[in-house]
Design a protein around this ligand. Structure first.
Ligand code: ZN
Length: 136
């Protein structure tokens, strides 16, 4: 799929400086993960979710996860969207996340790198459980 040398074998930071730059056209879609506290901020998360559904009907809203799932250390739901939606959806989230922490990451086909190194965080950075994504 790519001849890029930007791979992470052991989870260490990607410090490859002489490899080819990664072409953003590898990005198939984006995920935004909206984190919340089931006992405290679920209402706000629901408001954000309803508004996204209204403003971005093309975005695919995942189910509620009141328990941590996969690499995610807190309750969250996922929003999946095509690259074409990023210029509208990202600034919308910046202005309308209601204090919630949001992880935005690309899907290039490499789960570990997409979460560990390609991620953008709004409002804070949570420690992801990257072991879940490591193979072998
Ligand atoms: Zn994701």
């Amino acid at each position: 799929m790519s001849d890029s040398t930007n791979t992470v074998e052991d989870g260490s930071p990607n410090t490859v400086e002489d490899g080819a730059a990664t072409d953003p056209r590898r990005i198939r879609e984006y995920h935004a993960h909206v984190y919340y506290d089931p006992a405290g901020t679920r209402g706000r998360a629901a408001l954000v979710r309803d508004r996204i559904a209204a403003v971005f009907p093309e975005a695919r809203l995942g189910r509620w996860h009141d328990q941590p799932v996969g690499p995610h250390p807190q309750a969250m739901y996922q929003i999946a969207f095509a690259p074409e939606l990023l210029p509208g959806l990202l600034p919308w989230l910046m202005l309308n996340r209601l204090g919630l922490t949001v992880l935005v990451h690309p899907d290039t086909g490499d789960d570990l790198t997409d979460h560990a190194e390609h991620a953008a965080w709004l409002g804070g950075m949570l420690p992801l459980r990257l072991d879940v994504l490591r193979k072998g």
